[in-house]
Design a protein around this ligand. Structure first.
Ligand SMILES: [Zn+2]
Length: 244
């Protein structure tokens, strides 16, 4: 599904657009000209469909040179290993996420907690995948696009949003930090941190995105700052933004 000249949705489950496996987060494909990249990798249970969707965009799998993970939860990182093998792509994430996904650490990634909660079926496989660590603020080139890593802990540790500029518009891939309508995702898992989430919401509001692309739910192709502003406003009023 094409969103604009250089951005497509390659996968999206029941919390989004129903284009791939029900549990998949929304996976974005960005076209940098000489090469392309994905933001997140889906849950890994429907990678073939995701790959078919990539080919339907007119890109071949070998065009995908990088896969940026927003964080390591199963619905975002479960597909990283197979996709990176099939595309020959490098997988990148912030340091903690890189460490846990490389080790396939189900506990640290709250995979076992999500299975117990019924998010994934019993026996859900999470394949360890080598991940290159990124630093906050690091800029990675995807063809002629510059993709900047924005540390946004809160939903979990090592969560990263990705920011870029396309046609003078600020594009923010917000992962599971802030969603449409300024909602957030607080969960009773070991590394979910309200104080960090507060900082994240205020930081994202400063970016003032035009195009706002979260990993679940609705998206905004203009005036994306309305959503980051809404989360920040709730915090400035000493409240907590609505939970997804
Ligand atoms: Zn998550």
């Amino acid at each position: 599904m094409r969103l604009q000249e250089r951005i497509w949705i390659a996968a999206s489950g029941d919390s989004g657009f129903g284009l791939s496996h029900p549990v998949d987060c929304t996976v974005y494909l960005i076209d940098g000209g000489r090469e392309a990249a994905l933001i997140d990798a889906g849950c890994g249970l429907g990678t073939e469909e995701l790959e078919e969707n990539i080919e339907k965009t007119g890109h071949s799998l070998s065009d995908i040179k990088k896969i940026f993970l927003t964080h390591g939860h199963g619905d975002h990182a479960g597909g990283a290993w197979k996709l990176s093998q099939d595309c020959g792509a490098q997988v990148l994430a912030l340091e903690e996420t890189a460490c846990y996904v490389t080790a396939g650490d189900r506990k640290a990634l709250s995979i076992d907690a999500a299975v117990a909660a019924g998010v994934y079926e019993e026996g859900y496989p999470f394949h360890a995948c080598p991940v290159t660590p990124l630093r906050d603020g690091q800029v990675i080139q995807v063809g002629d696009l510059e993709i900047k890593a924005v540390r946004t802990d809160g939903h979990c540790i090592g969560h990263c949003c990705y920011q870029t500029t396309i046609d003078q518009k600020t594009v923010l891939f917000s992962g599971d930090s802030v969603y449409y309508g300024g909602k957030i995702s607080l969960q009773p898992i070991w590394d979910c941190d309200l104080a960090a989430y507060v900082k994240t919401c205020l930081r994202l509001a400063k970016i003032r995105p035009d195009v706002f692309l979260p990993a679940h739910g609705a998206i905004s192709l203009g005036r994306g700052y309305l959503h980051t502003d809404k989360a920040a406003q709730a915090i400035r009023a000493l409240g907590i933004p609505k939970n997804m």
